[in-house]
Design a protein around this ligand. Structure first.
Ligand code: SAM
Length: 213
C-alpha cells in the first residue's frame, strides 16, 4: 500500500543528510566512510518505520546497519527514531531493494534482513515478493560470498514460498523456526509488524539462509 507523504517530509529528509543518504549511487564501494567505524555492514530491506534496525544498531555497536525502504512516508518515521537515538552505526537509504547493485559493490554487505515483507499472495504478483528469485539475485550481487539472509514473517504462505524459492536458488537453509516466540531463540528484536501480529496470537516464522561460495 502506498502512503501519502506527510507535509514537510522532503524538507526533513533534505535537512538530515547525516542519516538519510543523499545520492546513494555516489557511495557505492565507499559505504564505510559514512560510519564512525569500519566494521561489517548488515542491511534490512523494507525497513518500514525503523524500530528493528534502530534497536539492532543500539544492541550491536560492532555492526554498521543500513535500513533500505521504498516509501519516503515511512523513511521519515524511521528518521525520527534515528535522530532521537543519534547512532553512529545506522544509515537510512530511500531505495528499491531490487536495485541494490546500483548502490553497493559486490561484497560490501555481509547480511540482509527481511522482516514481515509484503506477502503478495496472488500468483500473478509473485515477482513482487522480496524472496522471489530476482530479489535473491539482487541481494547476492552485493553480498560477500556465503552472505546471509535472515527472514521473519507471520505469513505462513510467504514463509513456505520463501523456503522453496531459496532452496531452488541454491541457498543453504541454516536454521528454521516455526514458532519463534515460543522457541529458545535469544536476542529477538521485534519489528512494528511483529508486535502487531504476535499480539493477535499469530505465530512468527524465522529462517537463516546463506548463499553458496
Ligand atoms: N519491516 C517492517 C516491520 O516488520 O514492521 C515493515 C514491514 S511492511 C509490511 C513492508 C515494508 O517493505 C514496507 O514499508 C514497504 O514499503 C517496504 N518494501 C516493499 N517492497 C520494497 C522494496 N522492493 N524495496 C524496499 N522496501 C520495500
Amino acid at each position: 500500500m502506498r502512503l501519502r507523504n506527510k507535509p514537510g517530509s522532503d524538507e526533513k529528509i533534505a535537512k538530515n543528510t547525516k542519516y538519510v543518504v543523499p545520492n546513494p549511487e555516489s557511495w557505492k564501494g565507499k559505504w564505510q566512510e559514512r560510519f564512525a567505524k569500519e566494521q561489517p555492514i548488515h542491511i534490512e530491506v523494507g525497513t518500514g518505520k525503523g524500530r528493528f534496525i534502530t534497536e539492532m544498531a543500539k544492541a550491536h555497536p560492532e555492526i554498521n546497519y543500513i535500513g533500505v525502504e521504498l516509501q519516503m512516508s515511512v523513511v521519515v518515521v524511521a528518521l525520527d527514531k534515528l535522530i532521537e537515538a543519534d547512532l553512529p552505526n545506522l544509515q537510512l537509504l530511500h531505495a528499491n531493494g531490487g536495485s541494490l547493485a546500483q548502490y553497493f559493490e559486490k561484497g560490501e554487505v555481509k547480511r540482509v534482513y527481511l522482516n514481515f515483507s509484503d506477502p503478495w499472495p496472488k500468483t500473478r504478483h509473485e515477482k513482487r515478493r522480496l524472496t522471489y528469485k530476482d530479489f535473491l539475485q539482487a541481494y547476492e550481487e552485493v553480498l560477500i560470498p556465503e552472505g546471509e539472509i535472515h527472514f521473519k514473517t507471520d505469513n505462513q504462505g510467504l514463509f513456505e514460498y520463501s523456503l522453496a524459492s531459496m532452496s531452488q536458488y541454491g541457498m543453504l537453509l541454516q536454521q528454521v523456526w516455526l514458532d519463534l516466540h515460543t522457541s529458545d531463540y535469544e536476542g529477538n528484536i521485534m519489528t512494528e509488524y511483529e508486535e502487531k501480529f504476535s499480539s493477535r496470537g499469530q505465530r512468527i516464522y524465522r529462517l537463516e539462509a546463506r548463499y553458496p561460495k
